[in-house]
Design a protein around this ligand. Structure first.
Ligand code: SF4
Length: 287
């Protein structure tokens, strides 16, 4: 549509042919106007239909009726926090992380998560910690300065962004600010940062003494040490990363708990459970 609009408004004579150019231009303009009007009508009709669905049937049915285009990524792309709950056993559906790693721009299930409120709280907490880090370290890097992409030999990319990094001499402290309660997956996330971030910049961070620090909104802190990245955890990390890098999808593990929090809709996940199954009542009198 932008192309047609710019063509209509263009007065360029650079490509102007000889002869009855004005007449041809008028006809083209008429055709373009008709096409534009048809596009606008289609858009209006789709918007009206969407409103109808949203009002009558809710957001889920609207997504089902008007799915986003689901695009395949050029190479698997794995964001650190997609796998942390899998690593500590709080989630079982590897397929969800596999799908996110291989596809983008898919329809998302509606969520009541208040992202704006979370962002504000997180920024306030991070500002406080960053001020402390500025006094503790010679150099402090914040958020986007800490983005990393670790390229695996399979072509898959593991990507992440620690909140803060403080450096003095060969001391490096990686910090992540957490507004909520302490959770096992925070430790898993920090371990991934400590292991993969320095490997992305070996020249800058070779032989550094690295410590992780989880800073919570209530003022408590948890230090994380490199030797906690033992063979068992390393094996688990590599197993998950290999599964997500594979072209072969793992099986889905639908459950009302996980599907309830999963933002992949039944447009893409045919096994999604929309409601908890009815429990079976068996009267054996054993408890
Ligand atoms: S909807 Fe359920 S089964 Fe489907 S990917 Fe999400 S958690 Fe897995």
């Amino acid at each position: 549509m932008n192309f047609i609009s710019s063509a209509l408004s263009s007065n360029s004579s650079a490509a102007r042919p000889n002869g009855n150019y004005a007449e041809i231009q008028d006809r083209c303009r008429e055709c373009a106007e008709i096409i534009l009007e048809n596009i606008r009508n289609d858009q209006r009709a789709e918007d009206a239909e969407k409103t109808l669905y949203r009002d009558r049937l809710g957001a889920s049915e609207t997504i089902r009726r008007f799915p986003m285009p689901t695009l395949k990524r050029d190479a698997p792309y794995i964001w650190v926090t997609w796998i942390t709950k899998l690593l500590v056993g709080k989630e079982c559906c590897l397929w969800a992380a596999w799908f996110k790693s291989h596809y983008k721009d898919y329809a998302k299930a509606p969520s009541d998560f208040d992202a704006l409120s979370w962002n504000i709280k997180h920024t306030v907490l991070l500002d406080t910690i960053a001020t402390q880090y500025a006094h503790r370290f010679d150099r402090v890097q914040r958020e986007h300065q800490n983005s990393f992409n670790y390229h695996g030999s399979s072509g898959a990319i593991l990507s992440g962004k620690p909140d803060l990094i403080g450096i003095t001499g060969n001391e490096m402290r990686i910090c992540d600010a957490k507004t909520g309660q302490k959770q096992d997956e925070h430790w898993a996330q920090m371990m991934l940062y400590m292991y993969f971030y320095p490997r992305c910049f070996p020249q800058a961070f070779k032989d550094m003494n690295i410590v992780g620090e989880l800073c919570y909104g209530d003022g408590t802190k948890q230090e994380v040490y490199m030797d906690e990245f033992d063979d068992t955890y390393r094996g688990q990390v590599m197993k998950v990363l290999q599964a997500l890098s594979s072209t072969e999808p793992p099986p889905t593990v639908p459950s009302s708990t996980e599907c309830g929090y999963c933002h992949i809709t039944n447009v893409d996940c045919l096994d999604r459970l929309e409601a908890a199954p009815l429990s079976t009542q068996v009267e054996l009198g054993e408890f």
